[in-house]
Design a protein around this ligand. Structure first.
Ligand code: FES
Length: 150
């Protein structure tokens, strides 16, 4: 093998490696720092598995994408720990993403300051409508959500 062939193979090898990196970067899903986006999605009787209890208890919330770009935010009620809430984390004012504030036990929209209770009802506007909610249940350690908003 001459020097030109070796250089061609090295160049081809480098290009294929770079292509893998570019494809990998383009296919990664984004997530909010500090949230959990489990790789689940198993369906059970119309419900979608969005995470597990261990993730919820470790981070205080589970954030998962269901059906297209719709996301679900699952929160445990700190005062009634048997109760989970599953909400669409999209502000009803102008559509910004909302975030769970674990220390305040509320949901906040940084765009214009709307604040929601953990059940999705409005505490403070400008939003006037509650967050969409989903039916949620626990099966063993799995958190299951019905992707049809209530
Ligand atoms: S978009 Fe959330 S308060 Fe305006």
């Amino acid at each position: 093998m001459n020097r030109r062939k070796v250089l061609s193979w090295l160049t081809l090898s480098w290009l294929s490696g770079m292509l893998s990196v570019v494809i990998g970067a383009c296919t990664k899903k984004s997530s909010t720092p500090g949230t959990t986006v489990p790789k689940t999605g198993t369906t059970k009787n119309g419900f979608v598995e969005v995470g597990n209890i261990q993730d919820l208890d470790a981070t205080g919330r589970v954030l998962h994408t269901i059906e297209g770009d719709n996301k679900v935010l699952v929160i445990r009620d700190a005062e009634n720990t048997d109760t989970l809430y599953a909400l669409n984390p999209t502000c009803t004012h102008q559509g910004c993403p909302v975030d769970f504030e674990q220390d305040k036990q509320n949901i906040f929209c940084a765009c214009h300051g709307s604040t929601y209770k953990i059940d999705g009802s409005v505490i403070k506007g400008p939003a006037s409508s509650p967050l969409k909610t989903y039916e949620v249940k626990v099966d063993g350690d799995a958190i299951l959500v019905n992707p049809k908003a209530i």
